[in-house]
Design a protein around this ligand. Structure first.
Ligand SMILES: [Fe+2]
Ligand SMILES: [Zn+2]
Length: 368
C-alpha cells in the first residue's frame, strides 16, 4: 500500500515546504458543510472520503490554498492553519520553551515569584505569569498569601481547578496525623522524587504551602528532572534510550486503595520527540515484573547511574518554605524532597490535573 498522492506546498513565511496528503486535505476542509465552526467540531463523515481522491483544480493566492474536488466541492485553507496543523509544520515549530537549571543556575525570584495581589489585577496578568514560570522554570511561587486554608485555596483556584485524588482535594497535615500510609506523612528525610508515578497519568502540578514551619529542619529540596535528563543523556545515551523505552511498574497500596501503573521514566512527545515528562520515584517502585532476564542487569546499571546524577549536590536546590509562599511544582519535570525535621510542622497542598492546567495555559496564550 502506498501513501496516496500529495501536494508539495511552499509559502514565503515557512522555513520549508509541506507535503500534504490529498486525503488529509479533503478531511480537513473547514467549510460550513464539513466543519461546524460554532461548536468547533467536525461534520464531514470520514467514510465518504474517496481514498484515491485528487483535486480537479488547485489555486494558490497569498492568503490561502483553494482546492476544487471532482464532485465540485471547494475547500479553502489558510496557510497558518496548514502550518500549525500538519505533521511537518508541527514537528518544526512546536517546542516547549523551557530552561533547565542546576543549583548554581537556579532561576532568581523575580522570574518565578508573583505576589498574590497580581492574580487579582488584570493589568498585572499574575495568573499568566505563574503559568509561564511553571512552563519555563518548572515551578512558580505565589507570595504574600495569608497562611490559612481558605486564602491558599482561593489563590490556587485563580490559577487552576484543584484535582481530587485519594488524598482528597486540598490537604493539610502535621506529623501527628498519619492519615495515609505514605512516606510523606512522616518526619524523616525524603529523597528527590516525582509524585503519583502509580497513576496512569501522574498529577501535573504539586502545590505546597507550609502553614507552620518545623522548629528545626524540614527544608525542601528541588531537582530539575529535565536537567538531570540532559546530563544523563550526554553521559550515557544508551542508558537514556533504555529508560525512555522500557516501562517500569509503580504502585500505591493502602487500606481500600491499590493503584498501579506501567510506564517509562522518560516520556517524549509522540510527534516532536521533545522530552515531555520525567517520572522518578524510588519509594513507589513496584516489584520489577516488566523486564526479561537479559534486561534486568542493564536496568539496574542505568537506574543507578541516573540516581547518582539526581543525588549530585550540584543538582540539588534547597529552600525553606515560609508561610505566605505557595509553591507550584511541575510534577512532570521537577522532583521534590524534604530534609528531616523536629517539632510540629503543618504542610498543606494539593494537585492540579494536566488537562486543566494545560487548557488554562493555552487559553492565556502560554506556549506549551
Ligand atoms: Fe512527594
Ligand atoms: Zn467542505
Amino acid at each position: 500500500m502506498g501513501f496516496g498522492s500529495w501536494l508539495e506546498l511552499r509559502h514565503s513565511r515557512w522555513p520549508h515546504d509541506l507535503s500534504l496528503s490529498y486525503s488529509w486535505l479533503r478531511d480537513h476542509c473547514r467549510c460550513h458543510l464539513c466543519y461546524n465552526s460554532f461548536t468547533k467540531q467536525r461534520v464531514y463523515d470520514v467514510c465518504k472520503l474517496p481514498l484515491n481522491i485528487q483535486p480537479a483544480a488547485i489555486k494558490t493566492t497569498q492568503e490561502e490554498l483553494e482546492l476544487q474536488w471532482p464532485d465540485g466541492h471547494i475547500s479553502k485553507y489558510d496557510y497558518k492553519f496548514l502550518w500549525q496543523n500538519s505533521y511537518e509544520g508541527r514537528r518544526t515549530s512546536h517546542k516547549v520553551p523551557y530552561c533547565t537549571w542546576r543549583a548554581a543556575t537556579f532561576p532568581p525570584a523575580h522570574m518565578t515569584t508573583i505576589p498574590v495581589g497580581d492574580l487579582y489585577d488584570p493589568k498585572k496578568a499574575g495568573v499568566r505569569r505563574v503559568i509561564y514560570s511553571i512552563v519555563r522554570n518548572g515551578f512558580a511561587i505565589i507570595s504574600e498569601v495569608p497562611a490559612d486554608t481558605k486564602s491558599t485555596c482561593a489563590a490556587i483556584e485563580k490559577v487552576c481547578a484543584i484535582k481530587k485524588t485519594l488524598f482528597g482535594e486540598f490537604w493539610s497535615f502535621s506529623e501527628a496525623s498519619r492519615e495515609h500510609a505514605d512516606t510523606a506523612y512522616s518526619s524523616g528525610f525524603i529523597g528527590a522524587h516525582t509524585d503519583t508515578t502509580y497513576f496512569s497519568q501522574a498529577c501535573r502540578i504539586q502545590v505546597f504551602h507550609c502553614l507552620q514551619p518545623a522548629a528545626e529542619g524540614g527544608e525542601n529540596l528541588l531537582v530539575d528532572g529535565f536537567s538531570v535528563a540532559e546530563q544523563f543523556y550526554n553521559r550515557d545515551p544508551k542508558g537514556y534510550n533504555f529508560l525512555s523505552s522500557e516501562a517500569i511498574p509503580s504502585e500505591y497500596i493502602e487500606d481500600g486503595q491499590c493503584h498501579m501503573s506501567l510506564d517509562t521514566i522518560f516520556k517524549h512527545h509522540q510527534v516532536t520527540g521533545q522530552l515531555q515528562q520525567f517520572r522518578y520515584n524510588m519509594y513507589d517502585r513496584a516489584p520489577l515484573s516488566s523486564l526479561p532476564l537479559e534486561k534486568v542487569q542493564e536496568f539496574y546499571i542505568h537506574f543507578q547511574n541516573l540516581t547518582k546524577i539526581i543525588r549530585n549536590p550540584k543538582n540539588e536546590y534547597w529552600l525553606t518554605l515560609e508561610p505566605g509562599n505557595v509553591l507550584f511544582i511541575d510534577n512532570w519535570r521537577v522532583m521534590h524532597g524534604r530534609a528531616s525535621y523536629q517539632g510540629e510542622r503543618i504542610m498543606s497542598g494539593c494537585y492540579l490535573d494536566n488537562d486543566d492546567f494545560t487548557s488554562k495555559a493555552r487559553v492565556l496564550g502560554v506556549q506549551l
